[in-house]
Design a protein around this ligand. Structure first.
Ligand code: UDP
Length: 491
């Protein structure tokens, strides 16, 4: 029997994306077996146990392998980025990955190891075992162009990008980009996290292929630049397989946005009572946080906008936490203490605030939702596209500032939320952008474009569509691994 082994990074979002890729593969190659290596997380990465149990029960061809806890040397200095811990943990994991691959190989022909970029150290393990290694890139093609071109940017620059404030860089296939819009780990040459990312960017082209969660029509320019070889200048570009959009199914995620009596989340019942396309949805990913003063500003802006809204609110970070990323379990917020006095009462006819989590995919697909204020996590962007809901882009962490450029300037499916230099967004800006999104010509034009992309996404996933063709090409490359025996490929 043949198997593909997946190696996701610990945060639950990364696992969910890989499981979705696994399900897609099984739909078209049901004879394959998918094996997923699970690393014990170094920090709050979401409780994966219930999710794994659900997937195991629903998909017998997906098997989870829990790797032992890797011996991790204590950090000499506290890491500046929580991602450093992830990289170090995954590096220490190599012997466990080696052992797991060997043990899976006893019963299966392993056609490929598909790994998250955080797991890049395992490339050498796969090479040692003669298993083709693929990366699964969970952000878009524009961001992939930046990653692949970053080696060149790094080699051509001597100062840290954080010190280059006003010179935009030309990354092939993307709009000119200021270093302030690079992912944070790309900014400081003296930081350990920078070294890790340079290493990732160097290693990705050495793989047997890169699977990307996007589709051709959404990002044609960066895709062309990558496949024309304009991004990897020191060697060949590996094959790129755009198989998206992959969307998390219902079993993914955390809470439910408050459950109504019949098990339907309260926010969905509330949406049922709102007019078509009238509600703006505000939700900031699995980890997004705002300080208390920013929450107040959002509330004031929403109230003044006069628009209907559904807003997912989390407790602000405590003094020691990063300002915009949740790194520990958080208790539900107490609205009375964090929202302006009387806000809930004054807006109760047209607004709903939910605690911590809402079923985003279902909310976006609801007919009453007409706009989405998002942190620009790539899954959120794709979910908005698939629902045909235009966005206001308000990035918080990871590669989200880059995704704002992509969605606003390149794909033109979002309006920008513009922050001041210290990252604060005024209530006036919230009010203006929400109004613009829901009730202006500009808003209409990005809505039309988003709906067009929704239709393109459907077409890409249909038989003969670009994402289906890319998937078949991936199967063809696995067939080469099998040599003459061959998988029975779908037509
Ligand atoms: N999500 C959700 N409800 C929430 C917050 C997030 O369902 O209240 C889901 C969202 O639908 C998406 C994922 O969590 O699938 C977030 O992924 P994304 O890539 O957008 O951002 P990240 O959390 O990785 O920053």
């Amino acid at each position: 029997m043949e198997a593909i082994v997946f190696y996701p990074a610990p945060p639950i979002g990364h696992l969910i994306s890989m499981v979705e890729l696994g399900k897609l593969i099984l739909t078209h190659q049901p004879s394959l077996s998918i094996h997923i290596l699970i690393t014990p997380p170094p920090y709050n990465a979401g409780n994966t146990a219930p999710y794994i149990a659900q997937v195991s029960a629903a998909f017998p061809s997906i098997t989870f392998h829990h790797l032992p806890t890797a011996a991790l040397p204590p950090p000499i200095t506290p890491p500046t980025h929580h991602e450093i811990l992830t990289f170090e943990l995954l590096r220490s994991n190599n012997p466990n990955v080696h052992h797991a691959l060997l043990s899976i190989s006893k019963n299966y022909t392993v056609l490929g190891l598909v790994m998250d970029f955080f797991c890049f150290h395992a490339l050498s393990v796969a090479t040692d075992l003669n298993i083709p290694a693929y990366f699964f890139f969970t952000s878009g093609a524009g961001c992939l162009a930046l990653f692949l071109y970053f080696t060149t940017l790094h080699e051509n620059t001597t100062t840290s990008f954080k010190d280059i404030k006003t010179t935009p860089f030309d990354v092939p296939g993307t709009p000119p980009i200021l270093p302030t819009d690079f992912p944070k780990p790309f900014l400081d040459r003296d930081d350990k996290i920078y070294e890790y990312f340079v290493e990732v960017c160097n290693q990705m082209p050495k793989s047997a292929g890169i699977i990307v969660n996007t589709f051709d029509c959404l990002e044609p320019r960066p895709l062309k630049a990558i496949t024309d070889g304009l991004c990897v200048l020191n060697g060949p570009t590996p094959p790129i397989y755009c198989v998206g959009p992959l969307m998390a199914a219902k079993e993914g995620g955390g809470g439910d946005g408050g459950s109504g009596g019949d098990g339907v989340p309260e926010c969905l019942t509330w949406l049922d009572s709102q007019p078509s396309r009238s509600v703006v949805f505000l939700c900031f990913g699995s980890l997004g946080l705002f300080p208390a003063d920013q929450l107040e500003e959002i509330a004031t802006g929403l109230e003044r906008s006069g628009q209907r809204f559904l807003w997912v609110v989390r407790n602000p970070p405590s003094g020691r936490e990063n300002r915009s990323v949740a790194t520990s379990e958080r208790p539900d917020p107490d609205f009375d203490s964090i929202l302006p006095n009387g806000f809930l009462d004054r807006t109760k006819e047209r607004g709903l605030v939910v605690k911590t989590w809402a079923p985003q995919v279902e909310v976006l697909k609801h007919d009453s939702v007409g706009g989405f204020v998002t942190h620009c996590g790539w899954n959120s962007v794709l979910e908005a596209v698939c629902a045909g809901v235009p966005m206001v882009a308000w990035p918080l962490y990871a590669e989200q500032r880059f995704n704002r450029i992509t969605t606003v300037e390149e794909i033109k499916i979002a309006l920008p939320m513009v922050e001041s230099e210290n990252g604060f967004v005024s209530s006036a800006e919230v009010e203006k952008r929400v109004r613009e999104l829901m009730d202006s010509e500009e808003g209409d034009s990005i809505r039309k474009r988003t709906v067009a992309m929704k239709n393109e996404a459907k077409a890409a996933l249909r038989e003969g569509g670009s994402s289906r063709v890319a998937l078949t090409e991936l199967f063809v490359s696995w067939n080469r691994t099998l040599g003459s025996q061959g998988l029975h490929l779908e037509k």
